[in-house]
Design a protein around this ligand. Structure first.
Ligand SMILES: Nc1ncnc2c1ncn2[C@@H]1O[C@H](COP(=O)(O)OP(=O)(O)OP(=O)(O)O)[C@@H](O)[C@H]1O
Ligand SMILES: O=P(O)(O)OC[C@@]1(O)O[C@H](CO)[C@@H](O)[C@@H]1O
Length: 310
């Protein structure tokens, strides 16, 4: 079973308008209320790719109820831990450019964390634990380290898609996959990455620390896969972009969905990138047919260590 874990879920209030003027009253007539948060997006895309998962999340209030009910209606198993706080609403404004306003995550107490650990203790060898999204400051990084160590010791595949200080600490615990975008990778090494060569260098550093697969996503510029044996750059299909929110999560879902059946990192990477792009080309997350229609348009270009070092 795949378990996704979203510490900070959200409703993504997504609104489209031709022009967004700051400091003015703006009106839009097209709005959507998607359940969001990175782990939740991963579960939703997995479902569309016909892979079952259980979505674990900390959620509360009317927004928490809305998110859980939405997932249940889509046939996704949920295992939510209730919080006293109302789950955040993140605002996504789609205009000439995309503007996002994300709220803070919940303040979690020790009892909440113990409930989460209990769930992890029920997982079995061969299961997947996908920890995705912002990890609130109210949780010490040591808590996630314990979870990652538990996963390693019990052969639970650990996938990590987060940013900030926790990412720095947790890469040491050898996740099966991490998927920073290029800015998050730069943040991890306190630098700005301006070329594929640099991205490969830092991704390679993470592989040397023990991460099995590092995927660096670069929006419309494609993505990179770096493992012990592979360095591959993928170019992405070109089409009108509608909403890129969740495209990184779709990449993660596509990779897992393919890798868990075929254990072929190159194929899984192609499937992941096609999933990311299929999401970018529509308002909500991608469907399986859209992903498969794009597969041939994802061009994989192997890079060689000597070329990258130039
Ligand atoms: N403009 C685009 N055109 C085609 N594909 C895109 C575009 N933007 C994103 N994608 C697809 O989505 C993948 C992930 O994109 P990105 O690097 O923006 O992830 P992210 O920053 O983690 O996104 P998010 O946090 O919103 O999920 C890319 O590798 C690509 O496959
Ligand atoms: O605040 P975080 O947890 O970093 O990001 C949350 C978020 O922006 O990420 C998802 C897209 O990846 C959205 O569904 C959600 O609103």
């Amino acid at each position: 079973m795949i378990y996704t874990c979203t510490i900070t879920p959200s409703i993504d209030y997504t609104t489209y308008l031709p022009e967004f003027k700051t400091g003015k009253l703006n009106r839009s007539d097209e709005v959507y209320f998607y359940p969001g948060g990175k782990g939740i997006n991963v579960s939703r895309v997995l479902k569309r790719l016909e892979v079952e998962s259980t979505a674990i999340a900390f959620a509360g209030g009317f927004t928490g109820t809305y998110i859980e009910q939405f997932l249940i209606n889509e046939g996704i198993k949920t295992d939510f831990i209730p919080t006293d706080e109302i789950t955040r609403i993140n605002v996504k404004i789609k205009s000439t450019v995309e503007t996002e306003l994300n709220g803070p995550g919940p303040t979690l107490l020790d009892e909440h964390l113990q409930l989460l650990f209990e769930k992890v203790r029920q997982m079995k060898a061969g299961d997947w634990f996908v920890l995705a999204g912002r990890l609130t400051d109210s949780i010490p990084t040591s808590f996630f380290e314990e979870i990652a160590m538990y996963c390693n010791a019990n052969r639970i595949h650990f996938v990590l898609d987060t940013s900030g200080p926790a990412l720095k600490e947790l890469v040491r615990l050898k996740p099966l996959l991490i998927k920073p975008n290029v800015d998050e990778l730069g943040e991890l090494f306190e630098t700005e990455i301006t070329s594929t060569q640099e991205a490969v260098k830092y991704a390679r550093n993470l592989v040397d620390q023990g991460v099995e697969h590092v995927i660096v996503s670069m929006g419309g510029e494609g993505a990179l896969l770096v493992t012990k044996d592979l360095i591959i750059k993928a170019s992405v299909p070109t089409k009108q972009v509608v909403n890129t929110v969740g495209s990184g999560d779709s990449l993660v879902s596509g990779f897992i969905a393919s890798y868990m059946t075929e254990q072929d990192a190159t194929k899984a990477f192609r499937y992941g990138v096609a999933s990311g792009s299929a999401t970018a080309f529509q308002s909500d997350l991608c469907e399986r047919d859209d992903v498969e229609a794009l597969l041939d348009q994802v061009l994989l270009n192997p890079l060689f260590e000597q070329d990258v070092k130039k």
